[in-house]
Structure formats: C-alpha cells, structure tokens
Design a protein around this ligand. Structure first.
Ligand SMILES: [Zn+2]
Length: 268
C-alpha cells in the first residue's frame, strides 16, 4: 500500500511539472544519441518531435566513421533497383535518379519539397503499400524520401564552414552514402491521436501500424532495411521507419530469408 502511494505521488509530481499552458519543453537523448525535443501540452499529451534530417545524418555519419576511406567502393549500378549503398559502398559523384515522381499518398512533409519524391516504380509501390495499410485500418504518412547528393554536400560543407569540421562530422552525413540519394527509400510515420506525428523512432516498430508494415511491406516490394539488433552488420541502428524498395520478388526473398540486405547479397 505504501509503495502504491509513493508511486502515485511520484506520478503526480512528474505529471505536475509538465502542466504549463505554454507547453513545457524537455530535451531527451535516445540510445543512439539522437536529440529529440519533447514538447508537452498537458500531462497526458506528449508530442515527440525529432529532426529526421539530423537523425538520419547522424546515423549515416556514424556508419561512415566505422569504415576507413580505403574500404569504400563506388557502386557501378546506381540506377538499378538492387543497388546496395552502405558505409563501404557509395554512389558515383553527382549521381541523380532518372525518374523521380511524387507518390499519391499522404505526407508529413512540405508541399514541393524534394523529400516527397521517389523513383517512379518505387512511388507506385508505395501507393499500393499505403492502400494496403489503409484497408487493414492503418494510416501511413510519407515523411522523407529523396535527398540529393548535392543537397547533402551543401549541408555538410555549410556545417564545416559555420560550425567547424568536428561538428560537421558529428551531425552531417558524408554525401554519397545514403539510400535516400537513390530514390528507392522512404521514411514513414503515423499520426498521433494527440495531434502531430510520431518521430522517426523505434517506437514505430511497436505500434500496430509498424507491425503491420514489418509483416506486409515485402508484399508491396519493400523491406525494413535496418532491422533490430543488426547494426553490427548494416552499420545502422534499428530503423522501423526506413523502407527500401527492391521490387516484390526480391523483397519477398529477402524477407523470407530473415537475413539483412548485406548478408543476403553476400556483402558482409
Ligand atoms: Zn531513412
């Protein structure tokens, strides 16, 4: 009984400190070092916002640092659906996908932003995936797809100039190594009941929607590229939000193999 009282009091104290009509602001750091801004409107309404760009970039940078320059090769099939980009494999200088289009899906991204784009084949598959999810009762939103090497180069160089090499290396990805450059990847999210969207965070994998995606994405040609507990192989922490298009046949083979993409393609 005493225990219950103590825990109840503790909850009230914790909840109480967030009671602020202006919205209290906390900063938290996730296990992989990603900074989240947590704004609370009321004790029961937690809205987690993350800068997906910075989050992605930091993860990409992390993977960068694991490989030395000498290990890096430039891929020779950058336009193919089965191109593999990772910490050892980069896209050619100045690479741009040929047929970028905007999928007809719901977005959590500003209109006209290139991050809404994907290669045509992948964009059509994303529409089918979101339709399938809707039929199963889940509303998915696209958040971040294409990002040009040029944009990434600008971000990286700008960070070096304004904040110094060390900061740039910590928070910006080295251009050329991101799957987002290929037009074959899309980060997805779901709306929160309290308004806004879930950040790009592991919690997505625990939601019903996230679990539906994990079980069915391959039927539409996508895989969860960075599965849980495989960062020593993929170079990335678990990213249940990052979907990579491979086409239905290949995605199904990868899914059924239960292997990471690196293992499946014998690159590990
Ligand atoms: Zn991503």
């Amino acid at each position: 009984m005493k225990k219950i009282l103590i825990w109840t009091s503790l909850f009230i104290v914790l909840a109480g400190c967030t009671q602020d009509d202006q919205g209290a602001s906390l900063n938290a750091k996730s296990a992989d070092g990603v900074q989240f801004g947590i704004k609370t409107k009321s004790p029961l309404e937690l809205v987690v916002e993350s800068d997906d760009n910075e989050q992605e970039q930091e993860k990409e940078k992390e993977s960068e640092q694991n490989g030395s320059e000498a290990d890096v090769i430039t891929v020779d099939n950058p336009h193919e659906t089965d191109v593999i980009v990772n910490k050892q494999r980069r896209l050619p200088e100045g690479f741009e996908p040929k047929d970028l289009v905007e999928p007809n899906v719901s977005f959590n991204a500003p209109e006209g932003n290139p991050k809404r784009l994907m290669k045509k084949e992948a964009a059509q598959a994303l529409e089918d995936l979101f339709e399938g999810a809707k039929n199963a009762g889940f509303d998915l939103y696209a958040q971040s797809g294409y990002r040009s090497i040029e944009t990434q180069t600008w971000i990286y160089n700008n960070n070096v100039e304004t904040k110094g090499q060390e900061h740039a290396d910590k928070y910006s990805a080295v251009p050329g190594h991101s799957e987002h450059h290929t037009g074959l990847a899309m980060d997805i999210t779901i709306p929160l009941e309290t308004g806004g969207f879930l950040g790009l965070e592991e919690a997505l994998g625990e939601t019903d929607a996230g679990q539906w995606v994990a079980e069915h994405a391959h039927e539409y040609g996508f895989v969860i590229r960075y599965p849980e507990g495989k960062s020593h192989i993929t170079g990335y922490e678990y990213e249940p939000w990052h979907l990579r298009y491979f086409g239905i046949e290949l995605a199904t083979e990868i899914h059924e193999s239960r292997l990471t993409v690196e293992e499946f393609f014998d690159l590990y």
